[in-house]
Design a protein around this ligand. Structure first.
Ligand code: MG
Length: 159
């Protein structure tokens, strides 16, 4: 079996009066992430990692933010759609690894439900999904709490 890798990246700015949704989990925090969809940056980065591994474009091409169909969309449903596209192209998802860089809130209590949500959307075991959170040591705009950044890597087998 041939193995392929893809990288995904996303960043979003915090805004007031929006729920904070990450990997489909609502995190208890007074701010949420600005975005056309629900702003779920973890799910967006995972989508781009999968599309990258399959060389099937990127999230902006599949779900353009000029299209009202995706306004306030639940990103975890977009991930399910991408999983179907990747499977239809003959790939199996081997594993996904995520690093979230955010100063606040602390995401440790949410990591397990995030892994389970992503695993369910991807149709793989939670043991094949990793989510890690760390701070930026107060450096730069992320360190000052302006927003967050996410890196994701996915590996696919087959095709
Ligand atoms: Mg995004």
């Amino acid at each position: 079996m041939r193995q392929r890798f893809g990288i995904g990246y996303d960043s979003h700015v915090f805004v007031n009066d929006r729920p904070l949704v990450l990997a489909g989990v609502t995190v208890d925090y007074p701010k949420g992430l600005k975005g056309h969809s629900d702003g779920d940056a973890i799910t967006h980065a995972v989508i781009d990692a999968l599309l990258g591994a399959a060389a099937m474009g990127d999230i902006g091409r599949l779900f353009p933010d000029t299209d009202d169909r995706w306004k306030n969309a639940k990103s975890i449903h977009l991930l399910e759609d991408v999983r179907r596209r990747v499977s239809a192209a003959g790939y199996t998802i081997i594993n996904v690894d995520v690093s979230v860089i955010v100063e606040r809130p602390k995401l440790a209590p949410y990591v397990e439900p995030m892994r389970e949500n992503l695993a369910r959307a991807l149709g793989i075991s939670a043991s094949a999904v990793s989510v890690k959170a760390k701070t930026n040591e107060k450096m730069d705009s992320v360190g000052r709490g302006k927003g967050l950044q996410v890196f994701a890597v996915a590996s696919l087998g087959g095709a």
